[in-house]
Design a binder for this molecule. Structure first.
Ligand SMILES: NC(=O)c1ccc[n+]([C@@H]2O[C@H](COP(=O)([O-])OP(=O)(O)OC[C@H]3O[C@@H](n4cnc5c(N)ncnc54)[C@H](OP(=O)(O)O)[C@@H]3O)[C@@H](O)[C@H]2O)c1
Length: 269
């Protein structure tokens, strides 16, 4: 388990749930995932909640993350957006609540952060964090509220290794979570550096890339709707990449995001 700066713990890997059905999320829980990454924007919080209930597991055994979309930025709107998520999920608390994007043009993320601090203090959210926040935006949150996010969920895969943002998160005591940790499964499997490490350890390309994420100290949240690949993606703790392999994977960086979502300008509502 990974310890957060508020004392809570999270598993070292979670299941991305974008576009997954309740049955697919349920198969993830059966495979052993205990951290589910969801968002109001994905439109399937109700599927995630249904899977939690159908799993038969104790609610306390499963950690559910969801995220505040741009249309609910601002103090009152954040409380309202949270209520919508809770209703969709059919749960009475959320384990980790994140601001999905900073949206600097709106300039309301500090107000949203104040609302999230209150939700945490009321026990309706266990831990609070952000997604896609840059160092200056993180500095503002802490300077204006005194509360540093527990987590920053960012795009992170060998094609976009984010060394600077990761080091900055670490220096602030923030745990980095990796979104699209498999680079959306695009062509990493065909990359020779990844393939060589996979051959050396007798594992798949996806396992190499996820292990690279965890050895960097990040928490990947790979998405798969397939029970076999869900199990495979969890099975990454029985081998260790060498220092040379880690370095070679990190040099695949292209300083280009998958779909150009730069937090300083990206708009998402
Ligand atoms: N905070 C944000 O702004 C943000 C943005 C994007 C994503 N996210 C979160 O991050 C999660 C993961 O990112 P993502 O869904 O964009 O991409 P991803 O996890 O990098 O890749 C998912 C793709 O890889 C395939 N795949 C999974 N495991 C595989 C394996 N072992 N071998 C080969 N292919 C495999 C999947 O297909 P199959 O389903 O067929 O296995 C799927 O097409 C999302 O679901 C979401 O929860 C957050």
């Amino acid at each position: 388990m990974i310890v957060l700066n508020d004392g809570a713990t999270i598993p070292p890997i979670g299941l991305g749930t974008y576009a997954l059905s309740a049955a697919q999320v349920l198969s993830g829980l059966k495979a052993g995932y205990r951290l589910l990454d969801s968002a109001l924007k994905y439109g399937n919080e109700s599927e995630v909640g249904a899977a939690v209930r159908r799993s038969g597991l104790d609610r306390a055994e499963i950690q559910v993350t969801t995220k505040l979309p741009g249309r609910y930025h601002g103090y009152d709107k954040t409380i309202e957006g949270f209520e919508v998520s809770l209703r969709n999920l059919g749960l009475d608390y959320v384990d980790l609540y994140l601001i999905h994007w900073p949206l600097p043009r709106l300039d309301l993320y500090v107000d949203s952060w104040r609302a999230m601090i209150d939700l945490r203090d009321q026990g309706r959210v266990r831990s609070i964090g952000v997604s896609n926040f840059t160092p200056p935006q993180l500095t503002r949150l802490t300077a204006e509220t005194g509360v540093t996010p527990a987590v920053n969920q960012i795009e992170l895969h060998p094609y976009f290794p984010q060394a600077g943002q990761r080091a900055d998160d670490e220096a602030r005591g923030i745990v980095t979570q990796s979104w699209s940790p498999l680079a959306e499964g695009r062509d990493l499997g065909r990359n020779e550096v990844v393939a060589a490490a996979a051959r050396a350890h007798g594992v798949s390309a996806a396992q190499v890339v996820l292990r690279w994420n965890t050895q960097l100290g990040a928490v990947p949240i790979p998405r798969s709707g397939d029970p076999g690949r869900q199990r495979q993606n969890l099975d990454i703790f029985g081998f260790t990449l060498t220092g040379d392999e880690m370095k070679a994977l990190s040099t695949l960086g292209r300083s280009r995001r998958l779909w150009g979502a730069d937090p300083d300008v990206y708009e998402s509502y």
